[in-house]
Write a protein that binds this ligand. Structure first.
Ligand code: AMP
Length: 399
């Protein structure tokens, strides 16, 4: 069953046509810098890469262009539905949902929780319904997987009315990725689907960890927003909240300005003063750049410390799972994190780590203790699978 997967961000629209049963991608692409003079459309079809200027295109123009590409590739007729990535479902959604008026209204109600992401997600839904009025549309939420967390994991120790009246709690993100890679890990390591304990580490530009017990999220590092948790590319991760009022006074700036710095000028970029990109930092650190080395050191410490915390939420550990651009590729970072967690019984296999565990089911540890494995994430495939399941009548059991 072919599904169009759409992921609309504030200035971008990612798309893919995926066969939900085989995972085959008929076409993939991304429109970027939408709303600027430099908007572009890049896509891959039949093994070839293509690119086109979109000039001042907005989301509507870009998605119309995408439909033309799908028409040229004769992919429109075979589409069974459209699956949308929706970032914030609050506590309203614990699984993927067919998009009805009611569901759309609830996604809108979650805008205060996801002010940057939900509006473009909703715009994508609106445009897609106009473009494909005959196709079912499905919403797949980043937050839904984490709705199984117990209250001790999702509550912040703040006045309880903040939770009751203002929805202040940990929601968690990257849920589609954590769900996907935990499923892969269970298969690869031949674990019992009803009896396993995993810590999944999604380490990309944004980073989060999840404690997954028997397929259910028990804890995660991101919180009310994706700013919480471990050190990221440009985000600080968890800090003392007093820093906000302190820096507001010190810099004579607004709280919004300080929050902006925590979101966009902190993390690896903030410490290194050089880049948010792990590749650049590794090269610089190798060449003697001290703050690049410090940023990497802080990153590994932050992830390892959080992983150990996730183990508390599980009470045991079968495996640590690495995914995302850094998790899949950064050999030294992964090696360091596994070494820092050696006290849990993980023993790094340096040779396997050097080749990202290829050839041995993704394993990068020696036998005998908890394992660590590397596996690429595939959020788009997960969205396609959920969408196909809902269309086929499996509805929310998909999540
Ligand atoms: P993502 O957001 O999942 O695309 O991940 C982006 C992050 O992955 C950036 O920090 C990249 O520098 C990092 N990354 C991608 N490829 C590599 C690589 N070969 N070695 C180290 N880091 C990498």
């Amino acid at each position: 069953m072919n599904v169009l997967v759409l992921n609309c961000g504030s200035s971008s629209a990612k798309f893919a046509v995926i066969d939900a049963s085989t995972g085959a991608e008929a076409i993939t692409g991304i429109a970027q810098r939408l709303g600027t003079a430099h908007a572009t459309l890049d896509w891959k079809h039949d093994g070839k890469k293509h690119s086109r200027d979109l000039h001042h295109a907005d989301h509507a123009v870009a998605l119309r262009e995408m439909v033309e590409l799908l028409r040229d590739a004769r992919l429109v007729e075979g589409l069974a539905g459209v699956g949308h990535r929706v970032v914030h479902g609050g506590a309203k959604f614990s699984g993927s949902m067919p998009i009805t008026e009611e569901v759309e209204a609830k996604i809108r109600e979650c805008i205060p929780l996801g002010p940057l992401h939900n509006p473009p997600n909703l715009e994508g839904i609106t445009i897609s319904r106009e473009l494909f009025p005959h196709l079912p549309q499905v919403a797949v939420f980043d937050t839904a997987f984490h709705q199984t967390m117990p209250s001790r994991a999702y509550l912040y120790a703040v006045p309880y009315e903040w939770f009751e009246k203002h929805e202040v709690r940990r929601y968690g993100f990257h849920g589609t990725s954590h769900r996907y890679v935990s499923g892969v890990a269970v298969e690869r390591l031949h674990l019992d689907p009803a009896n396993h304990a995993l810590v999944t580490c999604h380490l990309g530009n944004g980073c989060s960890l999840a404690a997954v017990e028997n397929g259910r999220s028990m804890d995660t590092t991101m919180g009310l927003t994706p700013l919480d948790g471990v050190v990221m590319g440009t985000r600080s991760g968890s800090i003392d909240p007093s820093i906000v009022s302190h820096m507001k006074k010190a810099l004579h700036r607004s709280a919004e300005d300080v929050m902006d710095a925590l979101n966009r000028k902190s993390g690896l970029l903030g410490i290194s003063g050089l880049s948010n990109d792990m590749r650049t930092l590794q090269e610089a650190a190798d060449a003697g750049h001290e703050r690049a080395a410090l940023a990497i050191d802080k990153f590994c410490h932050s992830v390892a410390k959080a992983a150990a915390g996730m183990v508390v939420s599980l009470g045991r550990l079968d495996a640590l799972v690495f995914t995302g651009g850094i998790g899949e590729n950064a050999v030294q970072v992964r090696g360091r994190i596994v070494e820092l967690l050696g006290f849990l019984g993980l023993r790094l296999d340096p040779a396997a780590n050097a080749v990202h565990g290829r050839g041995q089911d993704g394993r990068i540890t020696l036998p005998g203790g908890p394992q660590a494995i590397v596996t690429p994430t595939n959020e788009e495939l997960m969205i396609a699978i959920d969408t196909a399941a809902i269309i086929a009548g499996g509805a929310r059991s998909a999540a």
